[in-house]
Design a protein around this ligand. Structure first.
Ligand code: 13P
Length: 253
């Protein structure tokens, strides 16, 4: 897995109130301790960010948000700016999750604007891409991913490979219990890394972390992470329970 440090990230989606998130994060921090062999990030809902940041204070676990707006401020009811996320303690921000693309009309162009705004404000974007089941069945996986990468990542001003994380999340594997096989995932990750090399050069691409997401569990993470281009996991459901998420983190380390 070369020089890339594994990253296990938890996307809590629209689960947990502030106090619930605080309790979960505090238990997770206990379980993870000071283990620095793997990077860990959790992305609670906006309303829990500041509270969770407080309990993660003495922990190496990093805080992430699940979305942001590209403008610095203004009359954008219901939106959250990069600066607000920074002030709440975020290091990472998930961008272009398939649920946002599917239910909230997010486009690759929007993803690109958001990623640029994140980077300009010192946040690391975790850019999600992935094909739907019908696209895979129609043999469109690579053309879909090619477009998502080309438009979403175009012109990102990376200073180093640690600035960007890409997450491959096949839509058919999210919340379904159906995981991509390690070979299916590896094939796609290698393809994505080739695309990254095209954009950012070989050296940069070799250092950018590409996570797999979609029904990651304690019993499948190790096999996935043994593949040469899989650098970690973006975990949904299994990240909500600290004991289970800690198990995944252990396997990822
Ligand atoms: P599940 O792990 O629940 O399949 O969700 C994956 C995901 O969407 C993470 O962003």
């Amino acid at each position: 897995m070369s020089q890339r440090k594994p990253l296990i990230a938890g996307n809590w989606k629209m689960y947990k109130t502030g106090p619930e998130a605080e309790a979960t994060a505090s238990r997770l921090a206990e379980l993870v301790g000071k283990d620095e062999s793997v990077d860990v990030m959790i992305a609670p809902p906006f309303t829990a960010l500041a509270l969770v940041d407080r309990v993660l204070n003495a922990s190496p676990i990093a805080l992430g948000a699940q979305n942001l707006h590209w403008e610095a401020e203004g009359a954008f009811t219901g939106e959250i700016s990069p600066d607000m996320l920074k002030a709440a303690g975020c290091t990472y921000v998930i961008i272009g999750h398939s649920e946002r693309r599917q239910y909230f009309g997010e486009s690759d162009e929007g993803v690109n604007r958001k990623a640029k705004a994140a980077l300009a404000n010192g946040l690391k974007p975790v850019i999600c891409i992935g094909e739907s089941e019908s696209q895979r069945d129609a043999d469109e996986t690579f053309s879909v991913l090619d477009k998502q990468v080309r438009l979403g990542l175009e012109g990102l001003p990376l200073r180093g490979p640690e600035d960007l994380v890409v997450a491959y999340e096949p839509v058919w594997a999210i919340g379904t219990g159906k995981t991509a096989t390690k070979d299916q995932a590896q094939e796609v990750h290698a393809f994505i890394r080739k695309q990254l090399a095209h954009f950012f050069g070989q050296d940069m691409a070799a250092g950018i972390r590409i996570l797999y997401g979609g029904s990651v569990k304690p019993d499948n993470i190790a096999a996935l992470m043994a593949m040469p281009d899989i650098d970690g996991g973006l975990v949904g459901g299994a990240s909500l329970k600290p004991e289970i998420f800690a198990e995944i983190i252990q396997f990822g380390a």
